[in-house]
Each structure stands twice: as C-alpha cells, then as structure tokens.
Write a protein that binds this ligand. Structure first.
Ligand SMILES: [Zn+2]
Length: 233
C-alpha cells in the first residue's frame, strides 16, 4: 500500500511538473524536454549488467529481447503519436552505434533526415537520397566522419582490406564521392544561390561534439589487440 502511495505521489509530482513546464516559454520547454530525455539516457546508459548477466544468449533470445523492447516502445508511441515535422537538415553519419543523432542534434523532434552508412561513405544511392531531401526542403547538409571509426581502421589495415575489399575501397573513395555529389546540377545550383549549405565535420565520438578537425585520440587509448576483430562502428 505504501508503495502505491509513493508511486501515486511521484506521478502527481510529474504531472505538476509537466503542467508547470507548459506555462513557460517554448525555449524553456525545449530545454527541459532535452533534460528529461537526457535523464532517460542516463538511467539506461549504466545498466551494463542488464546485458552481461546473460552472456550466453542465443541469437533467437537476443531477437526476442529486442522485439519485446520494440513492442513496449511502439505501445508508448501509439499512445502519444509523434508530430510530423518538416526536416530542414540532413545528416550523413556512420553506422557506429555509439553515435545517437538525437543527442547529436540535441533535439528529438526529427527536424532532420539521417543517412547512415558504414564509414559515412556516400554511394550513388545515398547521393540521390540527399538530393531528394534537398528537393523536399532541406537547407543544410552535414556530412560527417567520426573519431575511432572501425570502417576507416579496416581500410587502413592490409589484412582487413583483403577481407573487406568493397568497404575499404568505398572509404578510400569517400572524398571523391563527396566532390561528385557537390557537382550534381541541383546541389551546385542551390549552393551557388545560397539556398543550401553543406558542412563537412568530424564527430568527436566521445562527446558527440561536431568539430572542424579530427580531434587527437585520447592519450590513454589502448591499441586494438592483434587479431581482434574491430567492433562494427
Ligand atoms: Zn565509423
């Protein structure tokens, strides 16, 4: 009974907080929303034991866990349908699981398209997708690379290059593909008219900070053990 009262008091407090938030400026609501999202991340981030307690999970058990989480998340989304926003920014980001584009943007409202590829390579299909995004109203393209990228490490390792020749070639051709993309007539025209801005930046994987130059690696970083497969960043 006491536990029910505590939960009820907590919910009442949360409701009062939300009511209070609704009365402040949109900017303050935005920042407070970000703070609440971050509180959720901080709650989940340290739960390493939640996975490590079950190290012998089979692929079927991992999938069942994933699907269960998706079902729960979808039920919440059904109760609170997401408002549709029109993206003005498109991001090209590596598939590295450490990078969360909502955290990167500091915004969970999906005001941006996201194209994710291994090593942030920009193949013909991705070029067309980004051009379609520009046609749909995107004004800023952010083409990113990131620190400690496994795809770049593969491309720099002769042994791994043999195992992953297409990925390695794509990483090596990335700059040429970007130059090719910038010469596409629609893209070049929009840039020339000042209607489109294209930024090429690094993501500092540790902080999600977008920076102009690749930051130096941390001095205490341990080298990858010989023969150990890189994580699929
Ligand atoms: Zn990467």
């Amino acid at each position: 009974m006491k536990r029910v009262l505590i939960i009820a008091a907590g919910l009442a407090g949360l409701a009062l907080l939300l009511l209070g938030v609704m009365t402040v400026s949109p900017r303050t609501q935005f920042v407070m929303g970000g703070a609440l999202v971050n509180a959720g991340f901080r709650l989940q981030d340290p739960l390493h034991n939640f996975d490590l307690e079950k190290p012998q999970l089979t692929p079927q058990e991992v999938w069942a866990e994933f699907k269960q989480q998706n079902d729960l998340s979808a039920k919440v989304r059904e109760q609170f349908p997401r408002s549709t926003e029109h993206p003005l920014v498109a991001l090209l980001v590596c598939m590295d699981a450490r990078i969360d584009t909502s955290e990167l943007a500091g915004d969970t409202r999906r005001y941006y398209y996201v194209v994710r590829t291994a090593g942030s390579v920009l193949g013909p299909e991705e070029q067309e997708m980004l051009e379609l995004a520009v046609l749909n109203g995107v004004k800023v393209l952010v083409l990113t690379r990131h620190t400690d990228c496994a795809a770049e490490q593969v491309a720099a390792d002769p042994e791994k290059r043999e195992q992953f020749p297409r990925l390695s070639a794509a990483v090596n051709e990335r700059a040429a593909r970007v130059a090719e993309f910038l010469k596409r007539p629609l893209i070049a025209e929009r840039i020339a008219k000042g209607e489109l801005l294209v930024e090429q930046l690094f993501i500092d994987t540790r902080s999600d900070h977008l920076v102009a130059e690749e930051p130096p690696p941390p001095p205490t970083a341990a080298p990858t053990a010989a023969g150990q497969a890189p994580t699929p960043h």
